[in-house]
Design a protein around this ligand. Sequence first.
Ligand code: HEC
Length: 93
Amino acid sequence: MKTLLLTTSLLLTASVAHSAELVLGDAAKGKQLHNRDCVACHDSSVYTRPNRIKSLSGLEKRVQMCSGMLNKGYTEDDQANIVKFLNDTYYKF
Ligand code: HEC
């Protein structure tokens, strides 16, 4: 019985270690901004294409770049919320 418990807790620890990256932000707010502003140049198909961005830091950089092009004065929080929304919905890093 002791062995079984130990095995179970090891498995639990391992699954926590492999869970998705922690991304802070408010996905609902990010979604609002995204759906208002970000679909001007591309639709959401770019987030699911085969050669899409492969890392969370890449996604953060891209959102920063696209926000810059938009030039609507997005704050860091706005960008974090959009990253959270895109990650929760499409990328799942
Ligand atoms: C001025 C035009 C423009 C606007 C506005 C724009 N983007 Fe982009 N975005 C691009 C272009 C161009 C690409 C690259 C498309 C390509 O490589 O085919 C791109 C690509 C992306 C990608 C990469 C997709 C992938 O995985 O390959 C993300 C993420 C992204 N944009 C997010 C956003 C977000 C979030 C916003 C709103 C803040 C936004 N974009 C607004 C032009 C724009």
